[in-house]
Design a protein around this ligand. Structure first.
Ligand SMILES: [Zn+2]
Ligand SMILES: [Zn+2]
Ligand SMILES: [Zn+2]
Length: 342
């Protein structure tokens, strides 16, 4: 079996799920949807933007004239802190089960400037954003009923971001959400059977092979994981073993800012457009237990496949069976590496 030619499946050891790779299909002609290319440049201030300084939001609140980052409780929060965490199980058969989910949803603006992105902000300008993430993680994670703090950014209309103003969200929940819950189990099992950390071992394998690594600095590495589903998916890991932002040193603020700028500006070069993506940090749960197994990382899931207008869809076999990709992670990594260093 040749990884460059033959259909095969690859294991994601972080979730224990498989993905299907079909490298022989990369020359297949495209006859599907071609999205409209968004080419408008944004103004530095938009009077109609609910995130710009001084503007009023839908709920009636008015934003302050903020000059750096700005955090507020989401006006349409998906979670409420005062929800009762009770469990319902109709007829005790485990067939109709529901649980109250207390939580907090916040919005973090990266900058007062409406037209910036992580790719166009300098690493120095990103540092206060990282600082704010760390503060939010600490504050929400220390609350009694919060077991997990998910920081994530949806960028671009293609990913459902309704506003181009640079911002992200924080959802803090009383339960551990599905994706990190799977990774928790896998990392725990790996630590138990190998007496080592899964991602520490994975990173050192990638560093030896130098096939899927896109870029690296003194603190973080960006790699197209062997099991990537999205065409240009990236995993950004800390080189040092640490559970999350609670363990950051001042140097980590600087190095993560630099890495995020590098990754996002590289993405923008792939198809010469602001690259849409969903990204988020996977950190140690804040359930007040020890998590020696957890290794801090971020996932970038960008949907673009072949051009600025052709995206990957998760439909058909992928929705009903297993996610699948044509272009191999190694080919995607080579392309990104060329753009990251060029
Ligand atoms: Zn704005
Ligand atoms: Zn580790
Ligand atoms: Zn993860």
């Amino acid at each position: 079996m040749k990884l460059t030619e033959d259909p095969h499946r690859r294991l994601n050891p972080l979730t224990n799920e498989w993905i299907l790779v079909s490298p022989h299909r990369t020359s297949r002609p495209w006859q599907g949807e071609v999205a409209k290319l968004q080419t408008t440049t944004e103004p530095t201030y938009d009077p109609n933007c609910y995130l710009c300084p001084g503007n009023s939001r839908v709920g009636g609140a008015r934003n302050p004239q903020y000059t750096s980052t700005f955090v507020f409780d989401n006006d349409y929060a998906a979670l409420k802190p005062d929800t009762k965490p009770e469990r319902l199980d109709f007829d005790s058969l485990g067939l109709l089960v529901a649980e109250g989910e207390p939580g907090v949803c916040r919005v973090i603006c990266f900058s007062p400037r409406h037209d910036l992105t992580l790719a166009t902000m300098s690493p120095r300008e990103i540092e206060p954003v990282v600082q704010t993430w760390v503060e939010q993680f600490r504050e929400l994670g220390s609350r009694e009923h919060i077991s997990y703090v998910q920081i994530f950014e949806n960028r671009g209309a293609m990913m459902g971001a309704s506003n181009p103003h640079p911002h992200c969200q924080v959802w803090a929940t009383s339960s551990i959400p599905e994706a990190p819950a799977k990774e928790l189990i896998a990392q725990e099992q790996y630590l138990r059977s190998h007496k080592r950390c899964l991602l520490c071992d994975y990173i050192s394998l990638e560093q030896r092979q130098q096939v899927r690594i896109v870029c690296e600095n003194a603190g973080f590495v960006a790699v197209v994981p062997f099991w990537a589903v999205w065409p240009f998916e990236l995993l950004v890991c800390s080189l040092r073993h640490m559970g999350g932002m609670n363990d950051f040193t001042p140097e980590d603020f600087r190095l993560l800012s630099e890495m995020l700028h590098r990754v996002t500006s590289t993405y923008d070069k792939v198809f010469q457009v602001p690259f849409p993506y969903s990204m988020g940090f996977h950190q140690s749960p804040t359930d007040k237990a020890d998590h020696p197994e957890w290794h801090f990382h971020a996932h970038f899931y960008p949907p673009l496949l072949r051009s600025a207008t052709v995206r990957k869809f998760m439909v058909g076999f992928e929705m009903l069976g297993t996610p699948q990709r044509d272009i191999t992670p190694e080919t995607a990594a080579a392309r990104l590496r060329e753009l990251a260093t060029g």
